[in-house]
Design a protein around this ligand. Structure first.
Ligand code: BES
Ligand code: MN
Ligand code: ZN
Length: 493
């Protein structure tokens, strides 16, 4: 995608499509009014026809507007002017790119008003993210239905502005968008392609491109380290497990890194506690925690973020089989705690707990994990909001705030002693499931908390937000924007 910034006369810009806004009072935004004047009232006439009301997210495509050099003008509803916010801007941008995806326009012009640098930078970044994520097509095993993808975005702005700051905002948006697209592609790939070895080779590619240090621990290395809960999950599969480590040393030498941990179950059948067959294909998305951490490492690499970041991805398949772990098996985790595996479908926490123990060696500033951990998360927060759990209130709040800035929503949920009491086993230090189904996402977080005692830690349950089901089945790229904003803030960017 090519990005540029231009000024001059909007009506004279040659482009596939120019985007302009209209409020629900039917008032034209100022760039829309400029085009209306140049066309001697074509936009007002379109509004008078009643085909567009200005309702937030509504769109109307106009062709061949006289006096306007652009091939198309896309009118986008901005909603009420009085309540026009960053959130409304994001919704309008999403709607505009959705509408653009059904045209043949590949280069567009986005006029924006001259306001504060902060506000303009936000808008530039959001438009860049949208342009890049809307150009994503899954192509690995199928030709895309529409071959046309966006190629160029020109920001149109007149007046004196901070060119450097706006160019940086575009770069940041590109990095976030590309990170999201990598995450989506990894999620969308079938489980016979996106295997543990595939995730490891993706990490190696990132290491090469962005000069990360990459270490892949193999099964024998994990055995030596005593990562037996991780290994217990992979036992039913023919595919060997991998433990992937990426290190970005962008910060001052010796400063404590942020450690990111992603659940990388490349397919979750449930194991011996096998899942029902309906929609089981969607369990290819059970590596989206890992996918989002690989994605955000791409973002970090593209941004050359001045921060030390370590990524840990424990990855394997959860399959039934003659050698699979049985309900009732007891294994000793790397931390030394014994775990009674009462349900082999609660496997995410079993691979994460050894990764949380491994994280200790990096003396982290904090550890943040992302995992499609519990079906209960979907019941609690639906597909809109990611669940956050933390053993440190400030870290939890920091992640929620990052989600708000990124328009990638997250919400803090409770943990604590009363919930932890449900985790009792007669035969091991801890069972891998609680006594009942109630509060299942919290029980899972409490399990992880037992292994994250030595540092500040937060857990993102992305079971509801990592992918869409149904006709538009596909990975979302979340929570890459949240994580990117979290890391950017920590890096002082
Ligand atoms: N990967 C699933 C969680 C999941 C299910 C995410 C559906 C998104 C949609 C996880 O490994 C799992 O199976 N969790 C169990 C835990 C239970 C056995 C305590 C669950 O949620 O049912
Ligand atoms: Mn499971
Ligand atoms: Zn799972």
């Amino acid at each position: 995608m090519e990005f540029s910034i231009k000024g001059g006369e909007l009506s004279k810009l040659k482009t596939g499509c120019v985007l302009v806004g209209i409020f629900d009072s039917k008032k034209l935004s100022s760039p829309a009014a400029t085009l209306d004047a140049a066309s001697k009232g074509a936009l007002k006439a379109a509004v008078a026809s009643g085909d567009i009301t200005g309702k937030l997210g509504s769109t109307l495509l106009l062709h061949g507007v006289s006096g306007v050099a652009a091939e198309r003008v896309l009118l986008v509803g901005l909603g009420a002017e009085a309540s026009y916010s960053d959130n409304a801007f994001c919704k309008a941008v999403t709607a505009a790119f959705k509408a653009l995806n059904s045209t043949s326009a590949t280069d567009i012009v986005v006029p924006l008003n001259l306001t504060t640098t902060k506000e303009m930078a936000f808008k530039f970044e959001q438009v860049a993210i949208a342009a890049i994520t809307f150009a994503y097509r899954y192509t690995a095993t199928k030709k895309p239905d529409d071959k046309k993808v966006g190629k160029a975005v020109t920001f149109f702005i007149n007046g004196k502005y901070d060119d450097k700051a706006l160019k940086a905002a575009i770069k940041n948006g590109e990095a976030i968008g590309e990170g999201m697209n990598l995450t989506r592609n990894l999620g969308d790939l079938p489980p016979n392609i996106a295997t543990p070895a595939y995730l490891a080779s993706t990490a190696k590619d990132l290491a090469k491109a962005y000069k990360f240090k990459c270490t892949i621990l193999e099964k024998k290395d994990m055995e030596k380290l005593g990562m037996n809960t991780l290994l217990s999950v992979s036992k039913g599969s023919y595919l060997p497990p991998k433990f992937v480590v990426l290190e970005h040393n962008g910060g001052k030498k010796g400063t404590a890194p942020v450690v990111l941990v992603g659940k990388g179950i490349t397919f979750d059948t449930g194991g011996i506690s096998i899942k029902p067959s309906a929609e089981m294909d969607e369990m290819k998305y059970d590596m989206c925690g890992a996918g989002s951490m690989l994605g955000v490492m791409k973002t970090v690499g593209m941004m050359k973020l001045p921060l030390n970041v370590v990524m840990l991805v424990p990855t394997c398949e959860n399959m039934p089989g003659g050698n699979a772990t049985r309900p009732g098996d007891i294994v000793k985790s790397m931390s030394g705690q014994t775990v009674e595996i009462l349900n082999t479908d609660a496997e995410g926490r079993l691979i994460l707990c050894d990764a949380l123990t491994y994280a200790e060696r990096f003396k982290p500033a904090c550890v943040v994990d992302a995992a499609t951990l519990t079906g209960a998360m979907v019941i609690a927060l639906g597909h809109i909001t990611t669940g956050v759990f933390a053993n440190d209130d400030a870290l939890g709040a920091e992640l929620v705030a990052a989600g708000n800035t990124a328009h990638d929503k997250a919400w803090l949920l409770p943990m604590g002693e009363e919930y932890d009491e449900g985790l009792k086993s007669n035969f091991a230090d801890i069972p891998n499931i609680g006594a009942g189904r109630a509060g299942g996402s919290i029980t899972a977080a409490c399990f992880l908390a037992r292994f994250a005692g030595k540092y500040k830690w937060a857990h993102l349950d992305i079971a509801g937000t990592a992918w869409h089901s149904g006709a538009n089945k596909g990975a979302t790229g979340r929570p890459v924007p949240l994580l990117a904003k979290f890391l950017m803030k920590r890096a002082g960017v």
